[in-house]
Ligand binder design. Structure first.
Ligand SMILES: Nc1ncnc2c1ncn2[C@@H]1O[C@H](COP(=O)(O)OP(=O)(O)OP(=O)(O)O)[C@@H](O)[C@H]1O
Ligand SMILES: [Mg+2]
Length: 206
């Protein structure tokens, strides 16, 4: 897999960028605050539809514009793939070979990246939530269906929490809770197993 072309429009400090890459090692050198990390972040985003350093997509849009776009041409074993990602106030849209993907989880995994950044120290130092996010991003790239299960889990949890919030204490119906608890358990077990398997693999390879 080789990313041989990157185009950015209004992504962070890049109003417009067209960049061809070398098959050898690509090195970006420049003074502070020139956009080196922003460029790497855009490649990460093209693989995962989100940044490695912020969960707020709107931060990726250049200050003087309404939407940001990232385009990449990827050489894969079975041919070339063109990827497009657009961030706007309405959300984000992803295209593979010009075809808009109904689900972002169908887009993730087309380009695979492994990012090493100073922020990674947080994986060790930070809260467990950061470790889970890291695992989810890695597993999501290689295991089809994982991100979908994760989304389902979050959706059910949100519904369950909304129900608890809107129902006064004492009037919570156990039967309603039972339905959500069963579904949470079902998806939660799948997620835990996948995370556990991934950690086992890391352990074997280190
Ligand atoms: N949404 C945005 N719109 C425009 N500019 C932005 C946006 N977000 C960040 N920037 C600018 O991007 C620059 C930082 O870029 P980046 O973090 O990629 O720098 P860097 O080259 O990695 O620097 P360092 O060597 O310090 O790590 C800053 O000048 C910041 O103001
Ligand atoms: Mg940097």
């Amino acid at each position: 897999m080789f990313l041989h072309e990157i185009k950015l429009k209004n992504y962070r400090n890049y109003e417009e960028l067209e960049l061809g890459t070398s098959h050898k090692v690509n090195l970006f050198i420049g003074p502070n605050a020139q956009g080196k990390t922003n460029l790497l972040e855009s490649i990460f985003a093209l693989a995962l539809t989100k940044s490695h350093r912020t969960s707020k997509d709107r931060e990726l849009i250049g200050w003087n514009g309404k939407e940001a776009s990232v385009h990449g041409e990827v050489e894969k074993k079975y041919g070339n793939v063109s990827l497009d990602l657009v961030y706007s106030a309405q959300g984000k849209k992803a295209k593979i070979n010009g075809l808009e993907q109904r689900k972002l989880s169908g887009f993730v995994g087309t380009l695979n990246v492994v990012m090493f950044a100073p922020e990674d120290l947080e994986i060790v130092k930070g809260t467990p939530g950061i470790r889970r996010r890291f695992l989810d991003m890695e597993i999501g790239q290689v295991q089809p269906g994982y991100l979908h299960t994760l989304q389902q889990y979050s959706k059910i949890l949100l519904q369950r929490n909304n129900y608890l919030k809107s129902t006064g204490p004492g009037s919570v119906q156990p039967a309603m809770m039972e339905v959500w608890n069963m579904q949470l358990a079902e998806h939660g077990v799948k997620i835990m197993r996948k995370r556990q398997q991934f950690i086992e693999k890391l352990r074997i390879n280190t």
